[in-house]
Design a protein. Structure first.
Length: 170
């Protein structure tokens, strides 16, 4: 097994784990929270996000490993097959870094941090409704985008692994 194949396996594994996490938020967590009133929605999001904000070790390991694995796979592809074939992995890797990690840093983290700073118990009903409206639709919209990108990257990396495995045995 080549260094490129090993790096692809790790990229697939960690990107798939991240995909599953954000996919779960997309289809289960946020739809479930949407049934709560404004105060309970914001409070529940604060509590669940605090687990991540407190650097839950398995989450952090998985999230950071996905970045490292993608970067390693890009480098391995350039070294192993050269730019003429590596461009696909470079594009897919860039899509992951920008479309999943970039959206997380640019959109989700600032939204989450804003919610974390709210003193929910002191807010009136109008302010609670306003805060939720500023948060929920934007968070969900961009989470669906990063979910689609993350899943697509995992599939495309699987295809690349199959391609390299096929070429190895032909």
């Amino acid at each position: 097994m080549t260094y490129l194949e090993i790096s692809l396996i790790f990229a697939i594994l960690f990107c798939s784990l991240v995909s599953g996490f954000i996919f779960t938020y997309s289809i289960i967590v946020m739809p479930g929270l949407s049934n709560l009133n404004n105060k309970d929605f914001l409070k529940t999001f604060q509590v669940t996000d605090a687990v991540i904000q407190n650097n839950q070790p398995f989450f952090m390991f998985t999230w950071i490993s996905s970045i490292v694995a993608i970067l390693t796979t890009i480098v391995a592809s350039l070294i192993t097959v050269g730019l003429s074939e590596a461009w696909i992995i470079i594009l897919v890797g860039a899509a992951y870094l920008v479309g999943v990690q970039g959206i997380t840093v640019a959109i989700h983290i600032p939204l989450n941090n804003h919610i974390q700073k709210l003193n929910i118990e002191e807010l009136n009903d109008k302010t609670l409704a306003d805060e939720r409206l500023k948060f929920e639709p934007k968070w969900n919209f961009f989470n669906k985008i990063r979910t689609g990108i993350a899943i697509s990257v995992s599939i495309l990396m699987l295809i690349q692994l199959a391609h390299y495995r096929q070429n190895l045995f032909s």
